[in-house]
Design a protein around this ligand. Structure first.
Ligand code: DC
Length: 236
């Protein structure tokens, strides 16, 4: 039995800006803890992909909102990482495409979409009970009462380099300078957003990953989760 299976509820949130390593770290941490991994960015990207593929302008709130009301989104938790299905179709392969990445800021700024996805995420948290969830509003808005909260950060330059390498590894073209500009633009939008802005929650453990390897970050977070669970002394 892993440590995390001794507690009935364990929500670990990882907030932070684009390219801070949230997704990779969250996936690895979830595996190490033996719990499910929730990629909330994939949900926003899924809505963006659905809009583009239905010829809907992602910036048109009215059209996106009525599309969303008909949308059936769910994860296949048997896949690793969990695959995203929209209206029964696996859209996972679309999520990192350049057109989706360009459109997703408009989608993430749409209050109706945010309300819908926050509700869906809380529902998943209730159903699964032990998860590592990542996304910029997870500890600050969605799971305010999470047992452990982290905020991962890194300089924009380091984040652009990581994203470029990631895309190259996936066999995709990537221009580091363009990616850096996109990151700065997205940070600005995400920080100034009225709904669920990118902030470090007061009670989050902040980790600057600029000079750390992924393995070091995962190890640091894993130790902190264990400390919190030991501190909880089996009360849950
Ligand atoms: O982490 P990511 O790059 O896959 O996120 C895609 C977009 O969705 C990005 O613009 C931030 C936004 N997002 C959000 O607003 N709230 C979340 N919980 C997750 C992602």
């Amino acid at each position: 039995m892993t440590d995390s299976q001794q507690v009935s509820k364990l929500i670990v949130t990882i907030d932070g800006p684009a390219g801070s390593g949230k997704s990779t770290v969250a996936r690895m941490l979830a595996k190490r803890l033996g719990v499910d991994f929730l990629d909330t960015g994939a949900m926003y990207r899924g809505v963006a992909a659905a809009a583009i593929d239905s010829d809907i302008d992602p910036a048109s709130e009215e059209h996106v909102n009525s599309m969303c009301d008909q949308l059936h989104m769910r994860f296949n938790w048997d896949a690793d990482p969990p695959a995203l299905k929209i209206d029964g179709r696996d859209v996972t392969h679309r999520l990192r495409d350049a057109d989706v990445t360009r459109a997703v800021s408009d989608i993430a700024a749409n209050p109706h979409v945010r309300r819908m996805l926050v509700r869906a995420q809380r529902w998943i948290g209730n159903e699964h009970r032990r998860i590592v969830t990542e996304g910029r509003d997870q500890g600050s808005v969605v799971f305010r009462d999470a047992q452990v909260k982290f905020y991962l950060d890194a300089s924009p330059q380091v984040r652009a380099k990581r994203r470029t390498l990631e895309l190259h590894k996936a066999g995709r073209e990537a221009d580091e300078q363009k990616i850096l500009q996109q990151i700065i633009y997205r940070d600005e939008r995400d920080r100034s957003r009225r709904d669920g802005p990118l902030v470090c929650p007061d009670d989050a453990i902040s980790v600057d990953t600029s000079d750390m390897s992924i393995e070091q970050v995962v190890q640091t977070l894993h130790e902190k989760v264990q400390q919190v669970m030991e501190g909880a002394g089996g009360q849950r």
